[in-house]
Unconditional design. Structure first.
Ligand code: PMT
Length: 392
């Protein structure tokens, strides 16, 4: 997206530098407007260096005579964010005052504007400020609420500008295309837990991050998402129906009971074996070695492949070698429509990492490489390719 970032004069202006960096790193094009007061806290240089664009500070300093900047910048941008937003700029915007470059651009701007206030809590609670906030909310401005914490004035209260990552997440989620609306998507995530006795169990290194990212991405894009997983300690994305399970058998039962889906994605690391016997009481140590006998679990993906009707089935393959050969083998053996292969031998991706890099092997022979990036971005790419190939 093309993002116009307005920076006003508060101590949180330094956080706007980080916000610029994060927006650029996430592929957005950023241009920055600073008020005169903002320049008391930070200089234009870091914004210029990070955005690789000129920074606009003075309405009377037209950098291009062919344009009127406070109009053309508004035409250029898809959205505008003001972070931090001071009480003063808030008041000016609410009352249509355009006595500087930022406020004039706001008046001329016809698309979505996001406001991230930052000020002392007494100022924030003041009826004048709250009235201005209500006025702008009614006019369609979206507020990214300040958080509670240590304020520059020494207070510990509400007034801190929302963190750059949270601001970025907010605008990303708000601007996402709801292209999976009406789709029912079942996703399995994380490890399974195979009980030995009341104290011990067998599991694996999966954190659930890949599957939860898929659930988050699908839900953000409007799908009705059912997530089947153990309790992995991650927050279930909002709007997602969570079926909490423990063992591979529990996961099998949950999937079998919820097969009526448009898309089924098996990102879970399911145990292939479970103890043949589960002990009611804690196993006591004895002299010598202990042998545990394991039996095969249900292959859930294979079951789905054998019983699917119109569902588009996405399997995963966690490999450490011969990735392509094994992934293509699973595609056929499990009758999936696509296998998403990842190399879990590489510690910078795969299990527990926030990043992944995958290759999608489709039934029709197409192969798509998705390079290393955050699991959420990988999830979005997987869903886009599934949508394109599976639901034309
Ligand atoms: O959770 P993270 O830490 O984020 O890590 C992500 C991940 C590495 C776990 C994920 O990206 C991944 O690769 N998940 C599949 C792991 C796995 O079990 O792969 P597999 O190659 O052993 O199994 C192949 C496919 O069969 C998988 O879709 C698996 O869910 C499914 N399977 C396996 C065994 C079984 N009994 N039933 C199954 O359905």
């Amino acid at each position: 997206m093309k993002i116009l970032l307005g920076v006003t004069g508060g101590i949180a202006a330094y956080k706007a530098i980080d916000l610029t960096s994060k927006l650029v790193q996430n592929g957005h094009e950023v241009r920055v407007i600073m008020t005169e007061s903002a320049e008391q806290f930070v200089t234009p240089l870091p914004f210029q260096a990070l955005s690789r664009n000129p920074v606009y500070t003075d309405i009377f300093h037209e950098q291009n005579p062919a344009e009127i900047q406070h109009i053309s910048l508004g035409d250029w941008a898809d959205i505008m964010i003001i972070a931090p937003l001071t009480a003063s700029t808030l008041g000016k915007i609410a009352h249509g005052i355009s006595d500087n470059m930022l406020c004039a651009t706001v008046l001329a701007f016809k698309k979505q504007i996001y406001l991230a206030p930052a000020m002392n809590s007494n100022m924030y609670e003041n009826i004048a400020v709250q009235t201005n906030i209500d006025t702008l909310k009614k006019r369609g401005f979206k507020f990214i609420e300040p958080g509670e914490g240590f304020l520059a004035c020494g207070y510990v209260a509400k007034g801190r500008m929302s963190e750059p990552l949270d601001i970025m997440q907010y605008i990303t989620e708000d601007n996402i295309e709801k292209d999976l609306t009406g789709m029912n998507v079942l996703i399995t995530a994380g490890p399974t837990i195979e009980t030995i006795d009341p104290v011990r169990y067998l599991t694996n290194r999966s954190s659930g991050k890949m599957g939860y990212s898929l659930a988050q991405a699908a839900s953000l894009r409007g799908a009705n998402v059912t997530l089947v997983s153990t309790d992995v300690g991650l927050q279930v994305p909002s709007g997602v129906r969570h079926i909490k399970i423990e063992s591979a058998q529990d996961m099998f039962n949950a999937v079998k009971d919820n097969m009526e889906q448009h898309i089924i994605i098996k990102a879970a690391a399911v145990a292939d074996y479970t103890p043949s016997e589960t002990y009611e009481q804690k196993l006591k140590k004895q002299d010598g070695d202990l042998t545990l006998t394991l039996k095969r679990t249900e292959d859930i993906l294979k079951y789905i492949g054998e019983h699917k009707t119109s569902q588009f089935v996405v399997g995963f393959a966690a490999e450490t070698e011969h990735v392509e050969k094994y992934a293509r083998g699973k595609l056929i053996k499990k009758n999936a429509d696509v296998i998403v292969a990842n190399n879990v031998g590489d510690k910078s991706i795969g299990f527990k990492s926030n990043d992944n890099a995958v290759t999608m092997y489709f039934k029709n022979g197409t192969q798509i490489d998705i390079p290393k990036q955050s699991k959420l971005n990988i999830a979005h790419e997987i869903l886009s390719h599934v949508k394109e190939k599976g639901f034309k």
